[in-house]
Design a protein around this ligand. Structure first.
Ligand code: NAP
Ligand code: ZN
Length: 317
């Protein structure tokens, strides 16, 4: 299907990859994996969509379709390697997949999401990565009402994590390095806010949370956050700092804590998340930018100054 891209979110992963912070970057690279637009052409075999439908594309555009992960709907964990939306080779092993900072993209219907026309399209775009990346672990670890949950880092992923966890009825604390974000955190629905440079506040929060979702993009002390996880609780990393972060065994063992990771979500779960957000009126808080302002957006992103997701208006390209 040929999709005319209307909006594309700006993920911190775009920045990690264009700057080759994770290694192995493939150039030329057109980033962007929070894509929404309208279908303008379809192939003869397309069944689920028609011309004129709204469509979304997230972080991958293909996978092997035969391994146990694909069969289970976990295409993001494909045993033969998924094809990323960009910075990835297509199945032919030589064509470089190119992403959403673009006017159009061609995607197989099986890797395309259906988008509701009830929500503002520009604010839906970030759900394709920031939304699913926070929704999936909240579901997998069964976060629910009555639990104490902390979201670490109030950026693109973090603010979606707050909205989604609030909607599940959990009691949310934002753990942030930016005291200036307290008002916003509470406006997003968080119940409390803790500045992680405040040693007293961190000490008071020892062994407090059932579940901690770590969305931090840079180097940080995992042990500080693990200290706030309670007996049998879990901390799940979704942030992907380029450097290895040391974990002290004493941060985990004395209270049987779990440290885990989670990567985006499969197609079925992404559709479930989009439908859930449409039903519950959940979208991203965005700052719409023109494509010419992308470098300035990256500079602000590195400073932690994203309120709370940049989205590119593709009409400006
Ligand atoms: P973002 O909008 O830049 O937000 C990251 C936030 O983390 C910042 O706003 C800041 O919040 C906090 N932070 C940044 N550097 C920090 C540091 N050194 N120490 C402590 N806190 C720090 O980024 P994003 O788009 O949400 O992405 C976050 C991370 O998730 C990136 O590494 C990205 O590559 C990764 N990611 C992973 C997946 C996945 O599937 N697992 C999917 C998408 C993105 P405060 O100001 O509140 O401290
Ligand atoms: Zn992303």
């Amino acid at each position: 299907m040929l999709i005319e891209i209307q909006f594309c979110g700006v993920c911190h992963s775009d920045l990690h990859q264009i700057r080759d912070e994770w290694g192995g970057a493939i150039y030329p690279m057109v980033p962007g994996h929070e894509i929404v637009g309208k279908i303008s052409k379809i192939g003869a075999a397309v069944k689920k969509f028609k011309v004129g439908d709204l469509a979304g594309v997230g972080c991958f555009v293909d996978s092997c379709r035969t391994c146990s992960s694909c069969a289970a709907g976990n295409e993001q964990y494909c045993e033969n390697g998924m094809t990323g939306t960009y910075n990835s080779y297509e199945k032919d092993g030589k064509t470089i997949a190119q992403g959403g900072y673009s006017n159009t993209i061609v995607v197989d219907e099986n890797y395309t999401l259906s988008i509701s026309d009830k929500l503002p399209l520009s604010a839906v775009a970030p759900l394709l990565c920031a939304g699913i990346t926070t929704y999936s672990p909240l579901m997998h670890w069964k976060v629910r009402a009555g639990q104490k949950v902390a979201i670490v880092g109030l950026g693109g992923l973090g603010h979606m994590g707050v909205k989604l966890a609030v909607s599940l009825g959990a009691e949310i604390t934002v753990l942030s390095t930016s005291a200036s974000k307290e008002k916003d955190a509470l406006a997003l629905g968080a119940h409390s806010f803790l500045v992680t440079t405040d040693k007293e506040a961190v000490k008071k929060a020892r062994n407090r949370f059932d579940f901690v979702l770590d969305t931090v993009s840079g180097k940080h002390d995992l042990n500080l956050y693990l200290g706030m996880v309670k007996l049998d609780g879990a901390m799940v990393m979704v942030g992907l700092p380029p450097e290895a972060l040391p974990v002290d065994a004493f941060s985990l063992i004395p209270k049987r804590k779990t440290l885990a990771g989670s990567m985006i979500g499969g197609i079925r779960e992404t559709q479930e998340m989009l439908d859930y957000c449409a039903a519950n009126n959940i979208v991203s808080d965005i700052e719409l930018i023109a494509i010419k302002d992308i470098e300035a957006a990256y500079v602000r992103m590195v400073k932690g100054d994203v309120r709370y997701r940049f989205v590119i208006d593709m009409a400006t390209l």
